[in-house]
Design a protein around this ligand. Structure first.
Ligand SMILES: [Zn+2]
Length: 256
Protein backbone atom coordinates (compact mmCIF):
# COMPACT_ATOMS: atom_id res chain seq x y z
CA UNK A 1 0.00 0.00 0.00
CA UNK A 2 2.78 2.42 0.90
CA UNK A 3 4.61 1.54 -2.28
CA UNK A 4 1.51 2.34 -4.31
CA UNK A 5 1.19 5.61 -2.47
CA UNK A 6 4.72 6.77 -3.18
CA UNK A 7 4.36 5.99 -6.89
CA UNK A 8 1.20 8.00 -6.94
CA UNK A 9 2.77 10.93 -5.15
CA UNK A 10 5.66 11.00 -7.61
CA UNK A 11 3.20 11.12 -10.52
CA UNK A 12 1.13 13.70 -8.73
CA UNK A 13 4.17 15.89 -8.05
CA UNK A 14 5.42 15.57 -11.61
CA UNK A 15 2.10 16.70 -12.95
CA UNK A 16 1.86 19.70 -10.72
CA UNK A 17 5.45 20.83 -10.66
CA UNK A 18 5.84 20.68 -14.42
CA UNK A 19 3.30 23.40 -14.80
CA UNK A 20 4.15 26.89 -15.87
CA UNK A 21 0.80 28.40 -16.65
CA UNK A 22 -0.91 30.24 -13.85
CA UNK A 23 -3.89 32.56 -13.96
CA UNK A 24 -3.53 33.84 -10.35
CA UNK A 25 -7.25 33.92 -9.78
CA UNK A 26 -7.09 33.28 -6.04
CA UNK A 27 -6.45 36.59 -4.32
CA UNK A 28 -6.52 37.92 -0.79
CA UNK A 29 -7.96 41.27 0.23
CA UNK A 30 -8.43 43.00 3.57
CA UNK A 31 -11.38 45.00 4.86
CA UNK A 32 -10.70 48.29 6.56
CA UNK A 33 -9.56 47.86 10.13
CA UNK A 34 -11.50 49.54 12.89
CA UNK A 35 -9.15 49.21 15.87
CA UNK A 36 -5.56 48.53 16.91
CA UNK A 37 -6.05 44.74 17.18
CA UNK A 38 -7.53 44.41 13.69
CA UNK A 39 -4.67 46.48 12.35
CA UNK A 40 -2.15 44.12 13.96
CA UNK A 41 -3.99 41.05 12.62
CA UNK A 42 -4.04 42.53 9.11
CA UNK A 43 -0.29 43.21 9.33
CA UNK A 44 0.44 39.69 10.62
CA UNK A 45 -1.53 38.00 7.83
CA UNK A 46 -0.18 40.32 5.13
CA UNK A 47 3.40 39.62 6.20
CA UNK A 48 2.92 35.90 6.77
CA UNK A 49 5.23 33.86 4.54
CA UNK A 50 3.00 30.82 5.10
CA UNK A 51 -0.11 32.59 3.78
CA UNK A 52 1.82 33.99 0.82
CA UNK A 53 3.23 30.54 0.01
CA UNK A 54 -0.26 29.04 0.32
CA UNK A 55 -1.73 31.50 -2.20
CA UNK A 56 1.22 31.18 -4.53
CA UNK A 57 1.06 27.38 -4.44
CA UNK A 58 -2.69 27.26 -5.01
CA UNK A 59 -2.43 29.68 -7.93
CA UNK A 60 0.33 27.58 -9.48
CA UNK A 61 -1.47 24.26 -9.00
CA UNK A 62 -5.05 25.14 -9.90
CA UNK A 63 -6.45 26.62 -13.04
CA UNK A 64 -9.54 28.47 -11.85
CA UNK A 65 -11.72 30.13 -14.44
CA UNK A 66 -13.28 32.60 -11.97
CA UNK A 67 -11.69 34.95 -9.47
CA UNK A 68 -11.92 33.75 -5.89
CA UNK A 69 -11.30 36.54 -3.39
CA UNK A 70 -10.36 35.65 0.17
CA UNK A 71 -11.64 38.66 2.05
CA UNK A 72 -10.24 38.99 5.54
CA UNK A 73 -12.08 41.25 7.93
CA UNK A 74 -15.79 41.19 7.12
CA UNK A 75 -17.97 40.48 10.14
CA UNK A 76 -19.26 37.26 8.64
CA UNK A 77 -17.69 33.82 8.28
CA UNK A 78 -15.60 31.84 7.88
CA UNK A 79 -17.71 30.98 4.85
CA UNK A 80 -17.77 30.79 1.08
CA UNK A 81 -20.41 32.93 -0.60
CA UNK A 82 -21.31 31.38 -3.96
CA UNK A 83 -23.01 34.56 -5.20
CA UNK A 84 -20.00 36.83 -4.80
CA UNK A 85 -17.44 34.01 -5.11
CA UNK A 86 -15.76 35.30 -1.99
CA UNK A 87 -14.32 33.49 0.98
CA UNK A 88 -15.01 35.59 4.07
CA UNK A 89 -12.95 35.29 7.21
CA UNK A 90 -13.47 37.90 9.96
CA UNK A 91 -10.61 39.44 11.94
CA UNK A 92 -12.39 38.08 15.02
CA UNK A 93 -11.78 34.50 13.79
CA UNK A 94 -8.04 35.11 13.99
CA UNK A 95 -8.37 36.80 17.38
CA UNK A 96 -10.56 34.04 18.87
CA UNK A 97 -8.28 31.28 17.59
CA UNK A 98 -5.25 33.09 19.01
CA UNK A 99 -7.00 33.52 22.36
CA UNK A 100 -7.87 29.81 22.60
CA UNK A 101 -4.22 28.89 21.99
CA UNK A 102 -3.20 31.51 24.56
CA UNK A 103 -5.53 30.08 27.22
CA UNK A 104 -3.76 26.71 27.07
CA UNK A 105 -0.27 28.21 26.79
CA UNK A 106 0.18 26.58 23.38
CA UNK A 107 3.76 27.86 23.05
CA UNK A 108 4.83 25.04 25.34
CA UNK A 109 4.20 22.61 22.42
CA UNK A 110 7.10 24.30 20.62
CA UNK A 111 4.76 26.05 18.15
CA UNK A 112 4.02 29.69 18.88
CA UNK A 113 0.43 30.86 19.29
CA UNK A 114 0.89 33.06 16.26
CA UNK A 115 2.17 30.22 14.04
CA UNK A 116 -0.57 27.88 15.26
CA UNK A 117 -3.19 30.55 14.48
CA UNK A 118 -1.78 31.00 10.97
CA UNK A 119 -1.90 27.19 10.57
CA UNK A 120 -5.60 27.20 11.45
CA UNK A 121 -6.16 30.07 9.04
CA UNK A 122 -4.48 28.08 6.25
CA UNK A 123 -6.67 25.04 6.89
CA UNK A 124 -9.73 27.30 7.00
CA UNK A 125 -8.86 28.93 3.67
CA UNK A 126 -8.43 25.48 2.11
CA UNK A 127 -11.68 24.24 3.64
CA UNK A 128 -13.58 27.22 2.17
CA UNK A 129 -11.73 26.85 -1.12
CA UNK A 130 -13.09 23.30 -1.36
CA UNK A 131 -16.63 24.75 -1.26
CA UNK A 132 -15.60 27.28 -3.92
CA UNK A 133 -14.09 24.67 -6.25
CA UNK A 134 -17.11 22.37 -5.88
CA UNK A 135 -19.31 25.28 -6.96
CA UNK A 136 -17.09 26.64 -9.74
CA UNK A 137 -16.38 23.26 -11.33
CA UNK A 138 -19.81 21.88 -10.51
CA UNK A 139 -18.15 18.84 -8.95
CA UNK A 140 -20.24 15.88 -7.83
CA UNK A 141 -20.82 15.84 -4.07
CA UNK A 142 -21.67 12.47 -2.59
CA UNK A 143 -21.69 12.86 1.16
CA UNK A 144 -21.50 15.65 3.69
CA UNK A 145 -19.85 18.62 1.99
CA UNK A 146 -18.34 19.87 5.28
CA UNK A 147 -16.49 16.60 5.85
CA UNK A 148 -15.44 16.62 2.20
CA UNK A 149 -14.05 20.17 2.61
CA UNK A 150 -12.03 19.08 5.68
CA UNK A 151 -10.74 16.12 3.70
CA UNK A 152 -9.71 18.38 0.82
CA UNK A 153 -7.87 20.71 3.20
CA UNK A 154 -6.02 17.81 4.84
CA UNK A 155 -4.97 16.23 1.54
CA UNK A 156 -3.89 19.54 -0.01
CA UNK A 157 -1.86 20.49 3.08
CA UNK A 158 -0.06 17.18 3.24
CA UNK A 159 0.49 16.66 -0.48
CA UNK A 160 1.49 20.22 -1.40
CA UNK A 161 3.36 21.53 1.64
CA UNK A 162 6.54 20.27 3.23
CA UNK A 163 5.27 20.79 6.79
CA UNK A 164 1.60 20.31 5.88
CA UNK A 165 1.11 17.64 8.52
CA UNK A 166 2.22 20.05 11.23
CA UNK A 167 -0.19 22.67 9.94
CA UNK A 168 -2.93 20.06 10.17
CA UNK A 169 -1.78 19.07 13.65
CA UNK A 170 -2.35 22.62 14.97
CA UNK A 171 -5.77 22.53 13.32
CA UNK A 172 -6.61 19.22 14.95
CA UNK A 173 -5.66 20.79 18.30
CA UNK A 174 -8.05 23.70 17.78
CA UNK A 175 -10.94 21.28 17.13
CA UNK A 176 -10.06 19.47 20.35
CA UNK A 177 -9.88 22.76 22.25
CA UNK A 178 -13.24 23.93 20.83
CA UNK A 179 -14.80 20.70 22.00
CA UNK A 180 -13.21 20.96 25.47
CA UNK A 181 -14.82 24.37 25.89
CA UNK A 182 -18.24 23.43 24.62
CA UNK A 183 -21.30 21.74 26.10
CA UNK A 184 -23.12 19.84 23.36
CA UNK A 185 -26.73 20.66 22.56
CA UNK A 186 -29.22 19.57 19.91
CA UNK A 187 -28.03 22.38 17.67
CA UNK A 188 -24.64 20.72 17.40
CA UNK A 189 -26.20 17.52 16.13
CA UNK A 190 -28.43 19.40 13.68
CA UNK A 191 -25.52 21.49 12.38
CA UNK A 192 -24.12 20.55 8.96
CA UNK A 193 -20.61 20.21 10.38
CA UNK A 194 -19.45 17.11 12.19
CA UNK A 195 -18.86 17.66 15.89
CA UNK A 196 -15.55 19.35 16.70
CA UNK A 197 -14.39 16.24 18.51
CA UNK A 198 -15.12 14.16 15.38
CA UNK A 199 -13.25 16.69 13.24
CA UNK A 200 -10.35 16.32 15.66
CA UNK A 201 -10.25 12.52 15.36
CA UNK A 202 -10.66 12.77 11.57
CA UNK A 203 -7.64 15.09 11.35
CA UNK A 204 -5.60 12.67 13.45
CA UNK A 205 -6.69 9.86 11.13
CA UNK A 206 -5.50 11.83 8.07
CA UNK A 207 -2.19 12.56 9.83
CA UNK A 208 -1.66 8.89 10.60
CA UNK A 209 -2.91 7.82 7.17
CA UNK A 210 -0.34 10.04 5.50
CA UNK A 211 2.51 9.23 7.85
CA UNK A 212 1.92 6.14 10.02
CA UNK A 213 5.42 6.07 11.47
CA UNK A 214 5.43 9.71 12.55
CA UNK A 215 1.95 9.58 14.13
CA UNK A 216 2.00 6.03 15.53
CA UNK A 217 2.47 7.25 19.08
CA UNK A 218 -0.34 9.81 18.85
CA UNK A 219 -2.96 7.32 17.61
CA UNK A 220 -1.87 4.80 20.23
CA UNK A 221 -2.27 7.37 22.99
CA UNK A 222 -5.76 8.04 21.64
CA UNK A 223 -6.63 4.32 21.61
CA UNK A 224 -7.20 3.92 17.89
CA UNK A 225 -7.80 0.25 17.21
CA UNK A 226 -5.64 -1.69 14.78
CA UNK A 227 -8.60 -1.88 12.42
CA UNK A 228 -9.18 1.87 12.51
CA UNK A 229 -5.50 2.61 11.96
CA UNK A 230 -5.47 0.43 8.86
CA UNK A 231 -8.58 2.17 7.56
CA UNK A 232 -6.92 5.57 8.11
CA UNK A 233 -4.04 4.45 5.89
CA UNK A 234 -6.22 2.90 3.20
CA UNK A 235 -8.69 5.78 3.14
CA UNK A 236 -5.97 8.40 2.94
CA UNK A 237 -4.54 6.81 -0.20
CA UNK A 238 -8.03 6.56 -1.68
CA UNK A 239 -8.68 10.22 -0.81
CA UNK A 240 -5.50 11.42 -2.49
CA UNK A 241 -6.27 9.36 -5.60
CA UNK A 242 -9.87 10.56 -5.69
CA UNK A 243 -8.96 14.25 -5.45
CA UNK A 244 -6.39 13.75 -8.17
CA UNK A 245 -8.97 12.16 -10.46
CA UNK A 246 -11.53 14.83 -9.66
CA UNK A 247 -9.13 17.69 -10.36
CA UNK A 248 -7.16 16.23 -13.23
CA UNK A 249 -8.72 18.64 -15.70
CA UNK A 250 -8.25 21.62 -13.43
CA UNK A 251 -4.62 21.38 -12.47
CA UNK A 252 -2.42 23.73 -14.44
CA UNK A 253 -0.65 22.13 -17.34
CA UNK A 254 1.98 23.45 -19.69
CA UNK A 255 -0.07 24.97 -22.45
CA UNK A 256 2.01 25.25 -25.57
ZN1 LIG B 1 -17.58 24.48 5.25
Amino acid sequence: MLYKKSIFIILFSLLITSTAFSNNNIKISFSETSNYYEKQIKKTIENSDSINILLDTLNKKFYIKKKVIIEIGKNDGPLYNNETNKILIPYSFYQETYNIFKEVDYDKTGISKKDATIDVLMQTILHELAHALIEIYNLPVVGNQEDIADNFAAVMLMEFFKNGDEILLSTSDIFKLYSNNHVLSNEDFIDEHSLDIQRYYDCVCYLYGNSPLKYKKLVEELNYTQERKLLCEEDYIKNVNSWFRLFKNYFNKNRT
